[in-house]
Design a protein around this ligand. Structure first.
Ligand code: GRG
Length: 277
């Protein structure tokens, strides 16, 4: 998928002067992720009439940041995960210092990616702002902190929504905002696209919570295994499986409704939103 883009993004890695660091960065960047955030950047730019290649720097930057977040999320101090996408996590494949530094390097290099390319300087500066705000202390990192703090107690529905709005939602919103910025969207279209992204982000998380339960149940040959949902507060633990599916459907409808209020042909984005259904 996205061959021209993937080649562009991989080339953006060639700057590292340390082979082990570069190998670790490439290992996680090319470990089989869905490229959902770059896809949202490119699709949003394209529906607005932009050349997709003009969005490659921003799309690479956001995938760098997403990859860093997963490497650090898997570390022993956080989720202590051994596997991601069916492969050994970075700190298991390499070692903990290498994983930390590969994440640090991907985060930092993301901003070099974001300012690259031929778009007007003001557009590139705005892309950097969008990424910094989404990834930092008022975005994804704040969400991760809430997750760490909340892992020992039951969260309310409002707290759970706030956590996910930051932890996963901020970067998905940023992806659409980057595409809207590259594509030169009108203020009204930016607003509807942003509302679309918020609904998509929340739906994405609810779907993940549902799949955690249904896939665990399927693996165990049971119809209603709740073990995965019991460890932390999730949409399934708060609303039950049926309630969570209703909430997912609501977000899907909201996402499509917002798209339909834009002034452009949103067929491609609507197809991506179908991922939720
Ligand atoms: C360590 C600062 C810091 C942040 C980590 C996003 C995140 C914050 C952690 C991910 C934890 C997680 C499993 C969240 C659930 C949502 C989810 C499934 C995220 C993974 O995104 P995908 O599915 O990943 O787009 P791929 O593997 O396709 O790239």
């Amino acid at each position: 998928m996205l061959p021209g883009f993937t080649q562009y993004m991989d080339n953006a890695l060639t700057a590292s002067h340390d082979d082990r660091l570069k190998t670790a960065m490439a290992y996680s960047l090319d470990a089989g992720g869905k490229r959902l955030r770059p896809l949202l950047v490119l699709a949003t730019a394209v529906v607005l009439g932009a050349d997709p290649a003009s969005a490659y720097p921003a799309a690479s930057a956001i995938e760098f940041i997403h990859t860093y977040s997963l490497i650090h999320d898997d570390l022993p101090a956080m989720d202590n995960a051994q596997l991601r996408r069916g492969k050994l996590t970075s700190h298991v494949q390499f070692d903990e210092p290498t994983a930390i530094l590969a994440g640090d390097a991907l985060l930092t290099d993301a901003f070099s990616c974001a300012v690259a390319g031929d778009l007007p300087a003001a557009v590139r500066a705005e892309n950097v702002r969008i990424l910094a705000q989404a990834a930092g202390s008022s975005g994804m990192v704040a969400g991760q902190m809430m997750d760490m703090e909340g892992s020992h107690k039951e969260l309310t529905a409002t707290e759970l929504a706030t956590l996910h709005r930051h932890k996963t939602g901020a970067l998905l919103r940023a992806a659409v905002a980057l595409g809207a910025n590259v594509g030169g969207a009108s203020p009204a279209d930016r607003m509807h696209l942003d509302n679309f992204a918020s609904a998509f982000g929340l739906g994405f998380q609810i779907k993940d919570d549902i799949e955690d339960v249904t896939e665990t149940a399927a693996e165990l040959g049971k119809s209603n295994n709740q073990d995965a949902a019991n460890a932390k507060t999730t949409y399934v633990s708060l609303y039950g499986l049926t309630g969570a599916k209703e909430q997912l459907h609501q977000q899907y409808e909201r996402a499509q409704a917002e798209l339909n209020q834009t002034s452009v042909d949103v067929t491609v984005l609507a197809a991506i939103a179908d991922y939720l259904a």
